[in-house]
Design a protein around this ligand. Structure first.
Ligand code: PEP
Ligand code: MN
Length: 339
């Protein structure tokens, strides 16, 4: 249940409410900056009638609370002047890893030419093998944000560990939390305290309930600007890297007000299937796409098989133009105007 507190509620009144609840055996949680007190259990709200500083209460009948659409109906926000959220669709593209100055500047120039507004690229990479390329680190972040600045792009990059928070915050416009960290609960709750949008990728074995509870870890700290990203789940079948769960897009939208974007690159693991699954995700209602591209895919130092070449990405955007009426959301890539 959520208790909405009046604007001028004092810390003493909040303490009084929390003490009352704990004496009755209910846990409660004050959400910073939002004037709400979250009581994760179902309780009869009439017991709160004596608290005049409670404006109203709302029962949320799922384990996840703040990510529920029973709490909010939509979420829209701006990232350096670009609208994102439930009412929009954004295209994020770029290499799996930042590899060199030439690679990232070439990519940024290409995205700018196509009217794309967001560049992605990992500087600290989570790799299965410690002997694989693990990113350029600090230097990668610097190159990425310089390329973004030069070509008017916003940066999406992964935060692998809290020890890197300040460093990554200084270069990123959206912090990507990768599949492997979706269940890093300590990290998630720390991200609730920062003022930067988060893109929370689905854990590779996460159930929807677990994913939305992970979102609640961030939201309950007071950070409201959160986007989910479907990136495929693991299956028993070695024929594809992951199973791209397009069905989860309308499912999430039936449960949550959080925008959801699709990552068909990790979702399929193969550039051959990326355009089709990207289009299918958008028709299913996704609020955007994150796609890996590379100036020379066969030479990419990570995720080479799934990277689209520039030609393939441009062709995809042209095909995608034809779907604009079906998608019925403003898409930020101004491709048709750019070419
Ligand atoms: C990535 O986006 O490059 C990445 C590592 O993704 P995921 O966490 O989904 O594997
Ligand atoms: Mn990748």
């Amino acid at each position: 249940m959520i208790a909405f507190l009046k604007n001028n509620t004092s810390p003493t009144q909040i303490a009084e409410l929390q003490l009352f609840l704990s004496q009755k055996g209910f846990e409660s949680h004050l959400v910073q900056n939002q004037n709400i007190c979250l009581i994760p259990s179902l309780l009869d709200s009439t017991i709160l009638n004596t608290f005049s500083f409670i404006e109203t209460t709302k029962i949320i009948d799922t384990a996840f609370q703040l990510s529920s659409n029973q709490y909010k109906k939509e979420l829209n926000f701006q990232v350096k002047g670009v609208q994102m959220g439930t009412n929009y669709a954004n295209i994020i593209a770029g290499p799996c890893s930042v590899e060199s100055e030439a690679q990232i500047f070439e990519t940024a120039a290409f995205l700018n030419k196509l009217g794309v507004k967001f560049i992605r690229g990992g500087a600290y990479k989570p790799r299965t093998s410690p002997y694989s390329f693990r990113g350029l680190g600090k230097e990668g972040l610097r190159l990425l944000s310089e390329a973004a600045k030069q070509y008017d792009l916003r940066v999406v990059t992964e935060l692998m560990d809290l020890s890197l928070l300040d460093e990554v915050m200084a270069h990123a416009d959206i912090l990507q939390i990768g599949s492997r960290n979706m269940a890093n609960f300590f990290m998630l709750s720390e991200l609730g305290k920062i003022n930067k949008p988060i893109m929370l990728k689905r854990g590779m074995q996460a159930k929807v309930n677990e994913w939305l509870l992970a979102a609640d870890y961030i939201l309950s700290g007071g950070n409201e600007n959160l986007i989910l990203c479907e990136r495929g789940i693991r299956s028993f079948d070695p024929m594809s890297r992951n199973v791209m769960d397009i069905g989860v897009i309308p499912l999430i939208q039936s449960l949550s007000h959080l925008p959801i974007i699709a990552d068909p690159s990790h979702g399929t693991g193969d550039a051959k299937w990326v355009p089709t699954m990207a289009k299918a995700s958008m028709v299913a209602g996704a609020n955007g796409l994150m796609i890996e591209i590379h100036p020379n895919p066969s030479k990419a130092l990570s995720d080479s098989k799934q990277a689209l070449s520039f030609d393939a990405f441009e062709k995809f955007l042209a095909d995608f133009e034809l779907l604009k009426n079906t998608i019925q959301k403003p898409i930020d890539a101004t491709y048709s105007m750019a070419v």
